[in-house]
Design a protein around this ligand. Structure first.
Ligand SMILES: C[S@@+](CC[C@H](N)C(=O)[O-])C[C@H]1O[C@@H](n2cnc3c(N)ncnc32)[C@H](O)[C@@H]1O
Length: 589
């Protein structure tokens, strides 16, 4: 993979200057077409003081901020081979970087074919220009400003690229404003969650003629996050065929984000033909492995259903939809409220071992705590298990000094606060917001149960008999009146709820499934009935034999009781297993 050159943090943009005119032959075409010069902003890249940011970790974070992870050569060659069907076509690369994709495209074109490439950073644009040769005109500009000026809607035969992954807060306002404006023109509604890659996909689509081909490297977020639901729906309207290529091995070293390839044939439609092709790694990335493979025959409601549901067969999807509507089940949110764990602002300062708490004389101001999923295996946390964690030197105490003034702090606590201030903790983000009483950690309450936020196997609820609270790596569960947390914990390991957790949650490259509180509250859950669930036995079963065996026990009682047939229960278990294994296989690599 080509490595990044000398990036500059997007939040601290390099000096800019306006220029008129454009780079090279192809860009002039836009000037002539529109009768005006594209007004673009030059980004000369990091020379002088800005280059200092490249030292040490600055390189990594600046690279991250501008989304500067470049495409492996094999992928660039594949995208070009898939999208460029003739030697004389017009190609667009919206965020060229150092030109890996531009070079791959150029090698497929004859003299009459040409490439317009846009890149924000001058140094990178220059590299792309050299690699692209005479076929390529590389424009050093913000892609959105360039598009808004030149309006090349429907003008390209192929768009190839790997758009930057930049969160809303790091997406420079001057680019974001135009980008979102271009999305609004398509009746899309970007929000504060919208990442830069979404407008890149939208505008790339606008640039294609009917029949033109899109080939992009995108984050797997495309398939599963709620904020891209509208884009998913848009894509199925704007393309006649869409193929998503996923990989079991991560494509990019150094980032956990899973990546997919999106291949599309532009054509207004009532629902694109969808294909999902799963490959092991780059060695499998060949046209014959992708073309004509992986067709899915499932119609999704894109407003509600994520593309990960394409991994389900029509029969599986049918059952899921039926059960989602069924009165036989309720939602976890009807039985309990789920909240994030405690955000201390500086765990290093507030989360202590018994030894640390004692040596600073802080034990009287500490509350019981768990802070890692590994500390709560099974379905119950008992006092003696928490005590064992303490004896093993675990960080099991949360310093809770309360909302007291500095003068009212006991001497040992004041000394410890001073230590924290010497280390500068009080000036850090969350602590700073609490000044002057930065030691007062808010929202410290003890939950009835825990729910894992980052899930390995299934979304276990853990009955909190130890009276501990937790940091925000774990969610806090408060059951509603009449619901016993022990029952909730026992019932949580049923195939319906775990299958829905895989469908509703988000999985990242590392094999972990993440559920936010609202997603967890929306999970279908068995109703409290007359069924008796022996939580202590199930806890022992889960610890000893794992989730799979425990599901069998729980399903028999809670799903069987509402009349679900063995066959349906098997289908649910199969869905969970399929999605779980797909997710976990990425971790093993
Ligand atoms: C993920 S890299 C991909 C580079 C190249 N296409 C490749 O595949 O190797 C994204 C590139 O987008 C550039 N970029 C970020 N914001 C941009 C913008 N508003 N307009 C044009 N390029 C931008 C970054 O500088 C970076 O080089």
């Amino acid at each position: 993979m080509t490595q990044m050159g000398l990036p500059v943090a997007m939040s601290d943009p390099p000096p800019t200057r306006e220029r008129s005119g454009s780079d090279g032959r192809m860009a002039n075409r836009w000037n002539k077409r529109n009768g005006k010069s594209p007004k673009v902003t030059l980004h000369p890249g990091p020379t002088g003081p800005a280059a200092e940011i490249c030292a040490d970790t600055g390189v990594a974070s600046a690279r991250k901020l501008r989304g500067g992870y470049y495409t492996p050569a094999e992928v660039a060659a594949f995208l070009a081979e898939w999208a460029i069907r003739g030697p004389c076509v017009h190609v667009l690369e919206p965020s060229a970087g150092d030109g890996e994709i531009v070079a791959a495209a150029a090698s497929r074109l004859a003299e009459r074919g040409h490439i317009i490439a846009v890149e924000l950073y001058a140094d990178e644009a220059e590299k792309a220009r050299i690699r692209g040769g005479p076929q390529a005109a590389v424009i050093n500009a913000d892609f959105f400003a360039w598009f808004a000026d030149t309006r090349p809607d429907g003008a390209f035969d192929a768009v190839l690229g790997n758009p930057p992954f930049i969160r809303y807060q790091d997406f420079p306002e001057e680019h974001r404003r135009i980008a979102f404006g271009l999305m609004h023109e398509e009746d899309l509604h970007p929000s504060r969650l919208t990442n830069a890659w979404l407008p890149f996909v939208t505008v790339a689509t606008r640039a294609l003629r009917i029949g033109g081909r899109l080939a992009l490297v995108l984050p797997a977020e495309l398939l599963q996050v709620s904020y891209s639901a509208e884009l998913r729906e848009y894509l199925t309207r704007k393309y006649s065929d869409l193929t998503v290529v996923t990989f079991r091995k991560l494509l990019f070293q150094g980032i956990q984000e899973e990546t997919v390839l999106l291949l599309g044939v532009r054509g207004d439609s009532f629902g694109a033909r969808m294909s999902f092709v799963e490959l092991d790694g780059l060695d499998d990335l060949r046209l014959d492995r992708v073309n004509g493979n992986g067709r899915v025959n499932v119609d999704l409601d894109h407003a509600r259903e994520k593309w990960t549901q394409y991994y389900l067969s029509p029969a599986e999807l049918g059952l899921i939809r039926e059960l989602e509507e069924s009165d036989a089940f309720t939602r976890l949110g009807q039985l309990a409220q789920i909240d994030v764990g405690i955000v201390t602002g500086r765990n290093e300062f507030f989360v202590l071992t018994e030894q640390e708490a004692k040596s600073h004389g802080l034990l009287p101001w500490c509350v019981r705590l768990v802070g890692r999923s590994a500390q709560i295996p099974g379905l119950v946390l008992r006092p003696k298990e928490w005590q064992k964690l303490v004896e093993e030197g675990g960080k099991c105490f949360l310093l809770q000094l309360g909302n007291v003034d500095r003068d009212a702090l006991p001497e040992s606590a004041l000394n410890y606060v001073r230590l924290g201030e010497r280390a500068g903790y009080h000036r850090q983000y969350k602590c700073r917001l609490r000044l002057p009483r930065w030691w007062n950690v808010p929202s410290v309450w003890t939950p009835d149960a825990f729910l894992l936020r980052q899930i390995h196997d299934g979304p276990r609820v853990i009955d909190n008999r130890a009276g501990a609270t937790c940091t925000d790596t774990i969610h806090r569960v408060r059951t509603v009146k009449g619901i016993d947390p022990a029952w909730l914990a026992a019932a949580s390991l049923n195939s319906l709820t775990v299958a829905f957790a895989e469908i509703r949650g988000r999985s990242y490259g590392g094999g972990v499934l993440e559920l936010e509180p609202t997603e967890a509250e929306g999970l279908p859950f068995p109703r409290l009935g007359a069924q008796y669930l022996a939580v202590d036995d199930l806890d022992a079963c889960a610890r000893r034999y794992g989730v799979r065996q425990t599901l069998r026990e729980v399903d028999r009682v809670v799903l069987g009781a509402v009349g679900l047939s063995n066959r349906d229960i098997e289908v649910l278990r199969g869905i969970w297993r399929k999605l779980y294994e797909r997710r976990i296989s990425r971790k093993r690599r």
